[in-house]
Design a protein around this ligand. Structure first.
Ligand code: F6R
Length: 600
């Protein structure tokens, strides 16, 4: 999704803006641009990477400016559609994230009033509306313009000769970074981390006026105070630290992420969330909502909670739930979102709250919209996840789900289906970082398998029970970064259709659970082998039966079946990574994808 940055201070804006845009590259983009104000506004933008823009753009003098990385929605990726966009006279420049739903009507109206448009974007109506309403006060003109707008936005406005930036947000994140005689405005924290770790999150409806020495925020015409937060991530956390890609670094961080996330909650001295509310309100079922990888974490969560607590759990895609499902009475709702900004997930939270359903959000981003609109929030301690493909955030989400199920079993002890499981679970959780490290130590073998798989164009991932969502997530990881067509399937379902596609050019990756589903999976593997599909198995070391049937065995360490998604998924993340690397794909920034999906 698009990224935005604004700078105002006592230094030259252009190099700072370009550096900040570089930090936003991870969000995915097709074009980028900057505008700097001095005696006039100079704009440089193109369909290029930030590095190329840095080389191509001449040095522009000025200490106030805005920048943007664009991910095309209205209007193809092109120089003219890239941001910043200006009014007729080039005296107002705007960068914008979000969507203006009524832009066609506004555009026709503005054209009939004499405004000239050059792009196909929805954003371009904003500088023209501000121009229309400008009567000597930029903030008032922005307010008036936004009254005409129906849609979502995080935007920054620059006007020539004005020693201030004006920022506004609605349904799209916007953060002010506080510096020493300089201030920043950005769509997310990593953009500004080189310069400041002090931030202020704007709320929906806020309009901020930022100068080098002051920040004023208004909402509904009244001045409001927004709390200052200190970011605990360091610049190093948001850099590659010697790894070739962010994704590889993030995969390797997982033992630490598990320790950090569990350490935060298992050893907490004060209650992290009030789970007694659920018991007191007689919660009889749970609903877990999310999108993409976070949805697959939700499905693993369904298995965890149903097994440990015996409570029926529905895991649903937020994008479907919003249109086709109803929240039920006596249901506790959990939403999972790494970014805390996914439009469908936020819509689901609002919908649940409208019907009085208490919502617990699990997110990685402190101050994100999800954390502010949910009733309670649990933060995953994954640190910044820069690579578009989710890896460590998924594992951290699972840790929170394990911890939640365990904690709730203690709050409402009658829920615990098997009391001995509690001690086993705690022991198992403690061992997980070293088990994941064993997977990482097996990277050489996984690379060999990736070399082998990179020659194929279609494949299936199969799993059963709690490893069914792992098959779905393994297939998603492979397809999004290697562009190989991959489908995740419940192993027992292959025979209900996909068998027609099996053959020597369609490998099957089978996740073998050594416990309850072992025999059934062995049968499924034999079925696959009969159809001559190359078979790769994730299995326990020394499993002779699997060794005989599979073309390739990747061993995974033995853990309690309930934790097997963690070791299996880390294995599949490495498999996807090395397959994509072998194919020379741009792993951290896959085509057409964005880190945070802020449109429905
Ligand atoms: C895949 C991936 C996406 C996200 C999805 C939801 O690797 O990262 O599928 O999981 O866009 O994002 P969040 O968790 O931020 O709501």
């Amino acid at each position: 999704m698009c990224g935005i940055i604004g700078y105002i201070g006592n230094k030259q804006a252009q190099p700072i803006l370009l550096n900040c845009l570089g930090r936003l590259e991870y969000r995915g983009y097709d074009s980028c641009g900057v505008a700097v104000s001095n005696s006039s506004i100079e704009v440089y933008k193109d369909v290029v990477r930030v590095g190329a823009l840095r080389k191509a753009s001449p040095r522009i003098k000025g200490t106030i400016g805005i920048g943007h990385t664009r991910w095309a929605t209205y209007g193809e990726p092109s120089q003219v559609n890239a941001h910043p966009h200006c009014d007729c006279h080039g005296s107002i420049a705007v960068v914008h994230n979000g969507i203006i739903n009524n832009f066609q009507r506004l555009k026709h109206q503005l054209i009939s009033e004499g405004h000239n448009f050059v792009s196909e974007t929805d954003t371009e109506v904003i500088p023209h509306l501000i121009e229309k309403y400008y009567r000597g006060n930029l903030e008032e003109a922005v307010e008036a313009a936004l009254r005409d707008v129906d849609g979502s936005y995080a935007l920054i406005v620059l006007r020539v000769g004005e020693p201030r930036l004006v920022a506004a947000r609605k349904d799209s994140p916007l953060i002010i970074g506080i510096g020493d005689r300089e201030n920043f405005i950005a769509s997310d924290v990593p953009a500004m981390l080189d310069y400041t770790d002090r931030v202020m999150y704007l709320e929906d409806g806020d309009i901020g006026v930022v100068t080098p020495n002051s920040i004023k925020v208004r909402s509904d015409g009244m001045e409001v105070t927004r709390e200052e937060h200190k970011i605990s991530w360091s610049v190093a956390d948001a850099q590659k630290a010697g790894y070739e890609h962010f994704m590889l670094k993030e995969i390797h961080e997982q033992p630490k992420v598990i320790r950090d996330t569990l350490g935060e909650y298992v050893q907490a001295t004060e209650p992290v969330v009030d789970l007694a509310v659920m018991r007191d309100e007689g919660i009889e079922s749970m609903l877990i909502l999310a999108c993409g990888s976070s949805y697959y974490a939700a499905v693993v969560g369904k298995y965890i909670v149903e097994e440990l607590l015996g409570i029926p759990v529905r895991a649903e895609l937020a994008s479907e739930f919003n249109y086709f499902s109803r929240p039920l009475a006596r249901t506790g709702a959990i939403v999972i979102t790494q970014s805390g900004e996914t439009a469908d997930t936020l819509k689901a939270i609002k919908r649940l709250k409208e019907v009085g359903c208490p919502v617990l959000a699990i997110t990685n981003v402190v101050g994100s919209t999800a954390s502010r609109i949910a009733d309670q929030t649990i933060y995953t301690r994954a640190g910044p996840e820069i690579s578009v493909a989710a890896t460590k955030s998924f594992t951290a989400q699972l840790m929170v789900l394990y911890w939640l199920a365990l904690s709730y079993s203690q709050v409402d002890i009658k829920r615990l289906t098997d009391i001995r499981r509690l001690a086993d679970m705690i022991m198992g959780l403690r061992q997980l970082p070293s088990k994941v490290q064993q997977v990482l130590d097996n990277e050489g073998k996984i690379m060999e398998c990736a070399d082998y798989l990179s020659a194929y164009e279609d494949m299936f991932f199969i799993g059963r029970g709690i490893n069914f969502p792992v098959a779905l997530e393994g297939a998603l990881k492979l397809k999004e970064i290697s562009y190989i067509h991959a489908e995740g399937y419940a192993a027992g379902e292959l025979k209900h259709g996909p068998f027609a596609l099996l053959g020597s050019d369609t490998p099957v990756i089978a996740i073998v659970d050594p416990d309850s589903t072992y025999e059934a999976m062995l049968t499924n593997i034999r079925e696959v082998q009969t159809r001559r599909s190359p078979l790769i198995a994730l299995a326990e070391d020394g499993d002779e039966a699997i060794g005989e049937l599979a073309d390739f065995v990747i061993t995974v360490p033995r853990v309690d079946a309930i934790f097997s998604p963690v070791v299996n998924l880390v294995t599949l993340q490495l498999l996807a990574y090395h397959t994509a690397k072998k194919k020379g794909c741009p792993i951290d920034f896959p085509r057409n994808l964005a880190k945070s999906v802020t449109v429905e």
